[in-house]
Design a protein around this ligand. Structure first.
Ligand code: BT5
Length: 319
């Protein structure tokens, strides 16, 4: 991907403590005045850059930006996240990702935003976002698999998200199928939506919302929601969290395409919340209680009820 001038300036500034304006101007083949103007814009965007006449410019802190260049510095993927669309404010990243999918955007296109005003959950529910506090992102993939397997991507993304958050020492677990919890409270949610053509998958949009800096949540979710900062007390850079997820997800996505979902069952179970505990589950038709046994090689949940092992393809755990 070609870098903009500002991105090239940042890449240069990251390489050493001081960079003189003259040297930057020569390297990028633009005037010193142009360099100065780009520096002002970068500062307005949130980059902390100091300067003095003798030494030039120094990048002191990159802030907590979700810009492509901020994400890219942590990215080791080959395909995923190599085309990033960043918005300061948006109704929902899912809408833009669907549009991108229809416009033949490449696999791995990522839509991120700092303030999502109308975030979507499953079944018409909403996802709460506070400006610059969390991560709202939608990833476009185009898996060549039968349609009925697309839902497994929710579980694969959940494993990748849980594993990547654990690398930050946060004790997350997965509540089947799409919630990531810390100490029983929801820290992230996943919404997978599919576009089809005839009877084939043309794209899958994996939407992920992660609470990062939130100290408080609105009425209605405040007893059930939490954030990475609240549970760990440490600081996070959202761009690093996004890239760490993408790095992991690319590996697991490839594994899923090559080996199928069966290869994830035991890993999922090690991350599962309330494994071997009693849970209650609701489907459209009924409510059932029993011991959570795990999942099968298609991603279906397995519960030991009074009548024996029962598998549910589409249901919701209630707790
Ligand atoms: C989800 O739905 O958990 C999927 C959330 C996906 C959000 C991402 S953000 C990027 C992309 N763009 C979108 O528009 N959406 C995706 P569900 O399992 O239906 O859970 C929704 C329920 O979680 C709500 O009804 C609330 O009870 C609760 N909830 C809402 N916001 C929350 C938050 N920030 N933290 C924890 N719980 C929340």
């Amino acid at each position: 991907m070609a870098h903009s001038v500002r991105e090239q300036i940042l890449i240069a500034l990251r390489q050493r403590t001081w960079y003189s304006g003259q040297e930057l101007a020569e390297t990028l083949n633009i005037s010193r005045t142009a360099i100065w103007k780009h520096m002002q814009t970068l500062k307005e965007e949130g980059y902390q850059i100091i300067s003095n006449k003798k030494q030039g410019y120094q990048l002191v802190d990159e802030g907590d930006l979700l810009t492509p260049i901020a994400i890219e510095q942590w990215l080791t993927t080959a395909r995923l996240g190599r085309h990033i669309l960043h918005f300061e404010e948006l109704d929902t990243t899912q809408r833009i990702a669907h549009e991108q999918a229809q416009q033949q955007a490449q696999e791995g296109t990522l839509v991120v935003c700092d303030h999502q005003t109308n975030g979507r959950g499953q079944l018409g529910r909403t996802w709460h976002e506070a400006k610059n506090e969390g991560i709202a992102m939608s990833l476009l993939v185009r898996p060549d698999v039968p349609m009925h397997q697309a839902g497994q991507l929710t579980l694969v993304a959940g494993i990748a998200l849980a594993q990547s958050l654990r690398t930050f020492d946060v004790p997350v677990t997965i509540k089947w199928p799409n919630d990531i919890l810390i100490n029983g409270r929801k820290v992230a949610g996943i919404l997978t939506e599919m576009q089809t053509e005839a009877d084939r998958i043309s794209s899958v949009i994996i939407g992920i919302g992660i609470n990062v800096h939130h100290e408080q949540f609105p009425e209605g979710i405040k007893d059930r929601a939490t954030s990475l900062v609240r549970e760990s007390g440490r600081t996070f850079r959202r761009a690093e969290v996004v890239a760490t997820f993408l790095n992991r997800f690319e590996q697991l996505y490839t594994q899923w395409l090559e080996l199928g979902f069966g290869s994830f069952v035991s890993e999922w179970e090690t991350l599962a919340d309330r494994l071997h505990e009693r849970v209650t589950l609701r489907t459209r038709q009924m409510t059932a209680s029993g011991t959570l046994l795990g999942i099968d090689e298609t991603g279906t949940i397995r519960i030991e009820t009074e009548t024996g092992e029962t598998r549910f393809h589409s249901a919701e755990l209630i707790y």
